[in-house]
Design a protein around this ligand. Structure first.
Ligand code: CA
Length: 224
């Protein structure tokens, strides 16, 4: 099942960002707003957007530099927003790797329509985590390849932590902090045994495919 498209909006004009955000929400998309250029890359790594709406003129780091940084290791579509029509030619000549260019003032309706076009163009391949694991937070259920996993509450919290932060390495201490009740006295061995059980349950559905990796001397990492 596909998740809602996530749009990172990097825009220092708050009123504009709000209007855009409303339109995105109405169109069934999620968004995160960042007003300062210096926060954009961190938000990009953290939020893992499907598309970035990126203003050119920003405090901190400008949109062109942000776009270049993103392109160093990501193909996520970027739509550059410029306040000056005259600047468009120059931007196009810079070969920034942006997927579309929008000039202010714009109609938010049109921006959202173009966001959808770009997403359709670039989103033909589903993310692996969407097809393999599905997290239903409301029901506290996790499916693997369409099969519901029979998890204890602790195993659920563990796997949820991993699924929401793929690739991140967690020490046993941080796992304890993030997934166990405060008043529980949890040793490293307890964490290891929960991980072991979780692996077993996942392996019933996925076979030999490893998803929870041991990071020697540190802890664990989830990766598809
Ligand atoms: Ca601006």
């Amino acid at each position: 099942m596909e998740h809602k498209p996530r749009i990172l909006v990097v825009e220092d004009e708050e009123s504009l960002a709000r209007i855009l955000g409303d339109y995105l929400n109405h169109s069934g998309m999620e968004h995160r707003w960042v007003a300062h250029g210096g926060q954009a890359l961190e938000a990009f790594r953290d939020y893992k957007p499907d598309l970035v709406l990126l203003d050119v003129m920003l405090p901190g780091m400008d949109g062109l530099a942000i776009c270049r940084e993103i392109r160093k290791n990501s193909e996520v579509p970027v739509m550059l927003v410029t306040a000056r029509v005259e600047e468009l030619d120059r931007l196009l000549g810079l070969e920034l790797g942006a997927d579309d260019y929008i000039c202010k003032p714009f109609s938010p309706r049109e921006v959202v329509a173009r966001v959808k076009v770009v997403l359709r163009r670039t989103r033909s391949v589903p993310r692996p985590e969407d097809s393999l694991f599905r997290l239903d937070e409301a029901a506290q259920i996790i499916h693997v390849q369409g099969q519901r996993l029979d998890l204890t509450p602790t195993e659920y919290r563990l796997l949820k932590l991993f699924l929401t932060h793929p690739g991140r390495v967690y020490s046993r201490d941080s796992i304890v902090e993030l997934t166990y009740d405060m008043d529980q006295d949890v040793t490293d061995r307890v964490v290891d045994s929960h991980i072991k059980n979780l692996r077993k349950k996942i392996a019933r559905e996925l076979g030999d495919k490893e998803v929870i990796y041991s990071v020697y001397g540190v802890g664990y990492r989830f990766e598809l």
